[in-house]
Design a protein around this ligand. Structure first.
Ligand code: PSU
Ligand code: MN
Length: 353
């Protein structure tokens, strides 16, 4: 009894997240993060809008992602840097402004922002636009108190990283920021086995929703590599809750396989990946830092035009899954809050053993 009270007290303490005052929260997100009006929230990234997909397809996808989160009972919090402010939750004109940066890729003034770029982009003030990567979005989601985030694919260890040292900042972030990232695995342009090795080194919890127990390979559902299996949304939510309770400062990867009807296209994309990577080496793109990933994605879209649609299908599917798990997590949090309230009425015993 006393022990369970101590656990409850700790549980309530772990629930009290106050958004960092510098963040500009949308009214819907602010309300959802208020303990009195708590609602499930799903963070969404913005590099996919500014650098991942062409205009106006990027705007359609961004809107569909937000709508999918809403349709499954959660509040969308698209994260971006605009006019020197970190925004958590965007309105329609803001979403459109991000999307329009990609109209002409050669004149794109938006900055692809991972953790290292955040302060620099904010210092540019009025007129500046930063599309946050998985790393950048995780930093700001955590500062806001949003533990669940949906995206398409995480960055990872690039092929040839033994000489280029190109390992995405997303992996480091996952090792040090307690946010659960719902994705379809690392993009197949990457080295998936080595990406899993680095995630293990950094202490990141990696789970699949694939009933085969396989880690998905972004455009296809199977990579041939096994990781632990999350059978239900409730199990995933319980893992996120446990991580927060223990105060572990590391994140999760929840890998959600692309719907099976896309596997055939995925096999074809896979064959073109080799070609795109080869070309990137021939043209020296592989040594161009943060340009590498957008270049490879664009080249792949040229080689297999359907890859854009695969990308949309999987990221929407991830937003749905993240929203469902966010609803479960919210339910657990409400239960804890209620149980603590019941104790509080009778007075929580002071002895903690
Ligand atoms: N997945 C996509 N399109 C993208 C990205 C992922 O389908 O544009 C972005 C994500 O924002 C991810 C970033 O965090 O690419 C990784 O870039 P890098 O490899 O430079 O770390
Ligand atoms: Mn890189």
């Amino acid at each position: 009894m006393v022990r369970s009270t101590a656990i409850l007290r700790q549980a309530v303490h772990a629930l009290s997240r106050t958004p960092h005052p510098t963040l500009a929260l949308s009214p819907a997100v602010r309300s959802a993060l208020n303990p009195k009006t708590r609602a499930p929230v799903v963070a969404l990234e913005s590099t996919i809008i500014t650098h991942g997909l062409p205009y106006p397809y990027n705007l359609e996808v961004a809107q569909e992602l937000e709508q999918t989160v809403i349709d499954h009972g959660a509040v969308p919090a698209t994260i971006a840097l605009l006019d020197g402010k970190p925004l958590v939750g965007l309105d329609e004109p803001q979403l459109e402004r991000l999307a329009r940066c990609a109209i002409d890729p050669s004149k794109n003034t938006a900055i692809k922002a991972s953790r290292r770029d955040i302060a620099h982009v904010l210092s540019k003030g009025h007129g500046s636009v930063g599309g946050t990567t998985v790393s950048g979005t995780m930093v700001l989601a955590h500062m806001a108190g949003v533990p669940i985030f949906a995206t398409g694919g995480i960055g990872g260890v690039h092929r040839g990283a033994e000489s280029t040292m190109d390992i995405s900042a997303d992996l480091t972030e996952l090792g040090r920021t307690p946010v659960a990232v719902f994705c379809s695995g690392p993009k197949s342009i990457l080295d998936i086995p080595r990406t899993l090795e680095v995630l293990e080194t950094f202490g990141v919890s990696v789970t699949t929703f694939n009933p085969t127990g396989e880690f998905p390979a972004f455009y296809t559902s199977n990579s041939g590599l096994s990781v632990p299996y999350a059978g239900t949304d409730a199990q995933a939510a319980a893992a996120i809750f446990a991580n927060a309770q223990l105060g572990l400062q590391s994140g999760h990867v929840f890998a959600n396989p692309i719907p099976s009807e896309w596997n055939e296209v995925g096999q074809r994309i896979q064959q073109s990946v080799e070609q795109a990577v080869r070309e990137s080496v021939q043209q020296g793109i592989d040594k161009k830092g943060k340009e590498v990933t957008p270049w490879l994605l664009k080249r792949l879209a040229e080689l297999i035009p359907e890859s854009k649609k695969s990308n949309r299908a999987l990221v929407v599917n991830n937003a749905k899954k993240a929203a469902q798990v966010a609803v479960e997590l919210n339910r657990i949090e409400n239960e804890v809050q209620q149980a603590a309230g019941t104790y509080a009425l009778g007075g929580i015993p002071q002895t903690v053993s």
